[in-house]
Ligand binder design. Structure first.
Ligand code: C2O
Ligand code: CU
Length: 439
């Protein structure tokens, strides 16, 4: 990553909290915006956003409440909004050409769904997502537990990278074959976006909701000035919270951490790189919280889920193929595309598999490529199988490193047609996607 001598601050576009459950729908307007992504003094960047900013507003409700959202498209191109990680009705999933028609200029679409799970989620465009997400069409969606853990600050931290020109614009070329055949479109400037003017105190307890919203970059991150636990991954509470050391977030993954502020001047978030660590963001620390007593970090209440029926599970294999330096690329591309699952590129008439509603599947994800892939299933969460065979974290996106294999177990209990794709959006654009049917 080229550091370009930018100072990195934590100021970000306004993230106005909005509460769902109100009588009138919340309007979410996609429109061009101009944003101070670069430090003050540098030019603003023309991007796309929601309600005048990128990231878009924080959409927040209590578990079980209804989100009632009127999406309006004021872009010169079609769009639609996907609610990433939410186990909701298929018709609300926001996938143009699959669950709805694309919303054209000045068009609108009503999204209405009950939030089944408490946790950290996000929303993003699902039309030409590799370009529209790169341009800023995303925002956080937070579902609060009925009794949230007691903290002094509950903060959303969105991590992104951008490919900037010297003049401060986003570089063109959102679908170059070179990017797509490698890791995707990687930026030359990265930041952790925290609500502007956030100040915490020494001794405060924080809940940080980390979301990797980058189109293609895997972010390993580590922290200074705090210690605590990872309490949830991809919105789902961990049965046993894990000691926080470092974290790796592939695009679209989230982690909730609950931590205590140990520093008297700042909390820092770093991205380790081959040379020096890259500072993604800082939260200012001022004053001291003298009232907080030391206490264990709580475990979050579980979200309801159907237990897998391993005895009757169907076994499937999904092989990731293609990309630069692969035998497939040498032989020529697959259907004119760069990436494939089981030899097939893009969405075909036949799904990867048709599941009976409620069926359990054990799926082996085999990464037969030279690059990592973050595989995302819509409408469901699945268990990552640990090396000892036990069921691990309950996620919607799993990172499979180059040359590695990961087993997942999923109960397909949400009827409809659902995408299954790589969330490195440049890979998705170049064929790394399929779909499943649940009926
Ligand atoms: Cu974040 Cu197909 O989605
Ligand atoms: Cu990929």
């Amino acid at each position: 990553m080229n550091r370009r001598d930018f100072l990195i601050t934590t100021s970000a576009a306004a993230m106005t909290p909005r509460i769902a459950g109100a009588a009138a729908p919340i309007e979410l307007v996609a429109q061009p915006v101009s944003v101070q992504i670069l430090p003050e003094g540098e030019p603003e960047t023309p991007m796309l956003g929601f309600n005048g900013s990128t990231p878009g507003p924080v959409l927040r409700a209590r578990q079980g409440e209804v989100f009632d959202i009127r999406f309006l498209n004021q872009l010169d191109e079609g769009s639609a909004v996907h609610w990433h990680g939410l186990r909701i009705d298929n018709a609300m999933d926001g996938v143009p050409g699959m669950t709805q028609d694309v919303v054209g200029r000045d068009g609108e679409f009503g999204y209405r769904f009950r939030a089944p799970d408490a946790g950290t989620f996000w929303y993003h465009s699902h039309n030409r997502s590799w370009e529209q997400v790169a341009k800023g069409l995303y925002g956080p969606l937070i579902v609060e537990e009925s009794t949230p853990p007691e903290v002094d600050h509950d903060l959303v931290v969105m991590i992104d990278d951008w490919r900037m020109t010297e003049g401060g614009a986003l570089a063109d070329g959102f679908e170059t074959m070179h990017d797509q055949a490698h890791q995707g479109r990687l930026g030359n400037f990265a930041r952790a976006l925290v609500e502007p003017n956030t100040i915490v105190r020494h001794g405060d307890r924080l809940r940080l909701r980390l979301i990797n919203v980058a189109t293609d970059r895997v972010f390993p991150v580590y922290f200074e000035g705090i210690d605590g636990m990872v309490v949830a991954l991809d919105g789902m509470p961990l049965v046993r919270p894990q000691e926080l050391s470092g974290l790796v977030l592939t695009p679209a993954q989230r982690a909730d951490i609950i931590v205590d502020v140990r520093s008297t001047n700042s909390v820092s978030i770093f991205f380790p790189t081959r040379d020096a660590p890259y500072l993604l963001g800082k939260i200012q620390v001022e004053g001291k919280n003298t009232l907080r007593q030391p206490a264990d970090i709580p475990t979050l209440p579980p979200n309801e889920t159907t237990h897998p029926d391993m005895g009757n599970a169907v076994s499937l294999t999904l092989i990731m193929e293609g990309g630069a330096m692969s035998h497939r690329m040498m032989q020529g591309m697959i259907d004119g595309d760069i990436w494939a699952f089981n030899g097939q590129s893009g969405l075909k008439d036949m799904p990867f598999h048709s599941f009976e509603n409620g069926q359990t599947a054990h799926i082996r994800l085999v990464n037969d490529t030279r690059f990592p892939h973050g595989i995302h299933l819509h409408g469901h969460h699945f268990f990552e199988v640990e090396t000892d065979g036990s069921l691990g974290a309950f996620r919607d996106t799993t990172l499979v490193e180059a040359g590695e294999t990961r087993d997942i177990v999923c109960v397909f209990d949400n009827p409809g047609d659902w995408l299954l794709h790589c969330h490195m959006l440049g890979h998705q654009a170049a064929g790394m996607k399929t779909w499943v049917k649940v009926a």
